[in-house]
Design a protein around this ligand. Structure first.
Ligand SMILES: [Zn+2]
Length: 261
């Protein structure tokens, strides 16, 4: 037998009640309806029970939801505690492992069609550090002094000034100064950092009397792949003027980046 849907059954019961009333009205007789009353009562008892259980069910569902949301908050607190503990341990060794990048400055000069750093040319805007002494063993950059006085890692200065001091920027004809985002393990020194990885986020570059300023990722990739792209920049009167423009641009980009971090 096919199950009769609930709505149809309700309609059928209403129909039967109406038919009974009509029949009683016609005949004037009213037989005792003990069975009907019993069934009615049994139905309403069960309906009330179901209503109570539904209320309880709603309360339980709400309690579960609020407990789940409490757990999410506790989990975030636990993550904070773990990060804080890691930070405090690392700070004892001047290390940072920050989820948001640390900003630094770098200088490259154009040589043989490449943007060259102190140790190697950069052909991409991102460079991952490797350790000449220990390879990729352990956490790079090493901070236990095992790979020399200076240690491995991608270097970056905290401000632009040390670049002028360490490199004779005034005498450089074709060069670039960039803002780099340092990620992964970062070891802090007096004037700068050593990081596991650095990505150039803004660059001011000068080539053959033209200055290109850009923070567009694709364009940065293109410039590092082929520095002759810098020639697309604007002509600049003097070397001093180009330095001022580059420094102002990179400093402004650093201020903008800090707002986001
Ligand atoms: Zn090392």
């Amino acid at each position: 037998m096919e199950p009769v849907p609930e709505l149809e059954r309700t309609a059928r019961r209403a129909e039967l009640r109406r038919a009974l009333r009509t029949s009683q009205d016609r005949s004037g007789a009213a037989p005792a309806l003990i069975d009907v009353s019993k069934a009615n009562a049994a139905l309403s008892v069960r309906q009330r029970r179901i209503n109570r259980l539904r209320e309880e069910e709603a309360r339980i569902t709400q309690q579960i939801a609020s407990m789940v949301s409490e757990m999410r908050r506790i989990e975030r607190w636990l993550e904070f505690c773990l990060e804080d503990a890691i930070d405090r341990t690392r700070n004892q060794h001047s290390e940072a492992w920050s989820p948001s990048p640390i900003m630094g400055y770098r200088l490259w000069w154009v040589e043989d069609g490449e943007l060259c750093g102190v140790k190697m040319p950069w052909n991409k805007r991102t460079l991952a550090a490797s350790c000449l002494r220990h390879g990729d063993l352990g956490e790079i950059p090493h901070s236990d002094g095992s790979c020399g006085r200076l240690g491995c890692g991608v270097y970056a200065a905290k401000t632009i000034d040390p670049l002028y001091r360490d490199f004779n920027v005034w005498s450089l004809e074709d060069f670039a100064i960039g803002l780099v985002a340092l990620t992964g393990k970062v070891v802090e020194h007096d004037d700068g950092y050593r990081a596991a990885e650095a990505t150039v986020v803004a660059l001011g570059a000068r080539l053959e009397g033209r200055v290109l300023l850009t923070n567009i990722p694709d364009m940065l990739d293109d410039v590092f792949a082929d520095p002759s792209m810098i020639r697309m920049g604007n002509p600049v009167e003097s070397r001093q003027q180009s330095l001022i423009e580059i420094e102002m641009y990179v400093a402004e980009e650093a201020r903008r980046a800090e707002q986001w971090i």
